[in-house]
Design a protein around this ligand. Structure first.
Ligand SMILES: [Zn+2]
Ligand SMILES: [Zn+2]
Length: 211
C-alpha cells in the first residue's frame, strides 16, 4: 500500500462528505458505493468525468448508486450510467480512453458477519414499522458502525475485481421531442407510441388501450 499524502487524504474526506451531502446520510450501501468507485477509478487510472469518458454499470438501485454518481461522475442525467436490476452490490466501469473495463463486486460475508446478526432482526422491525424509538436509534447506530467498518477496510478485502471486455454503449444523444397527440406535452421521440395513426406518450397510449 502506498502511503497517501496529506492532500490525498483531504481529497478522500472531501469525496466522502460530498457523497453524504448528496445522499442525505452515511450508511453501509453508500460506503460500499464510495469504496468501489474509488477502487475502480484508481485501477483504471481515471478521474471523475465531466462528460462521458467513462461509463458505469450498477447492479442495484440503492444507496450505493448515489456514491457512484458523485465519485465517478457517471450520472443518470448524463446518460453514462446504466442500471441492471440484479440486486448485487457491484459496479462496472468502462473507460472510453483506454477501452479497459473493470467489475468490482462485494465479496460474501462482508456485511453479514455473525456479530451483525442482531441487526437483521432490528432491520425487519424498522422496515415493518414495528420498532420503538430506542430500536430505531440502535439500528441507526449499527448502520453507522457498519459503514465505518466498510470505510476502514482494505478495498481488496471486501471486493473482488476482474477485468471485463464489453462493447461500449454509444454516446448518449440529446433526443428530439414531438408533441403527444393526446395530452399535447412534448415527448422524446423514441418514447412515443403509435396508436391508430396518432403518436402518443406512454400514459396516453395506456389510457387508449384500456378503453
Ligand atoms: Zn443510504
Ligand atoms: Zn400524452
Amino acid at each position: 500500500m502506498l502511503k497517501p499524502t496529506q492532500d490525498q487524504i483531504i481529497d478522500i474526506y472531501k469525496g466522502l462528505a460530498e457523497c453524504v451531502k448528496f445522499h442525505g446520510h452515511l450508511c453501509p450501501g453508500l460506503a460500499l458505493g464510495y469504496k468501489s468507485s474509488i477502487l475502480a477509478m484508481h485501477r483504471l487510472k481515471e478521474k471523475k468525468v465531466s462528460d462521458e469518458e467513462i461509463i458505469g454499470i450498477v447492479e442495484n438501485d440503492s444507496c450505493f448508486v448515489d456514491a457512484v454518481q458523485v465519485i465517478t461522475g457517471c450520472t443518470f442525467g448524463k446518460g453514462n450510467i446504466f442500471f441492471k436490476d440484479y440486486g448485487k452490490m457491484a459496479l462496472t466501469l468502462l473507460s472510453r480512453n483506454t477501452k479497459r473495463g473493470l467489475r468490482v463486486a462485494l465479496k460474501s460475508g462482508v456485511l453479514t458477519q455473525p456479530q451483525n446478526m442482531e441487526i437483521f432482526s432490528l432491520m425487519d422491525k424498522v422496515l415493518s414499522g414495528n420498532a420503538s424509538m430506542e430500536e430505531k436509534r440502535l439500528f441507526e447506530q449499527f448502520q453507522l458502525e457498519r459503514a465505518v467498518r466498510v470505510l476502514k477496510s482494505e478495498p481488496e478485502e471486501i471486493f473482488s475485481v476482474r477485468e471485463v471486455e464489453m462493447e461500449l454503449p454509444p454516446s448518449a444523444k440529446i433526443m428530439k421531442s414531438e408533441i403527444c397527440g393526446g395530452c399535447g406535452e412534448p415527448v422524446m421521440v423514441k418514447k412515443l407510441v403509435e396508436i391508430n395513426g396518432s403518436n402518443l406518450c406512454i400514459p396516453c397510449a395506456q389510457k387508449r388501450e384500456f378503453r
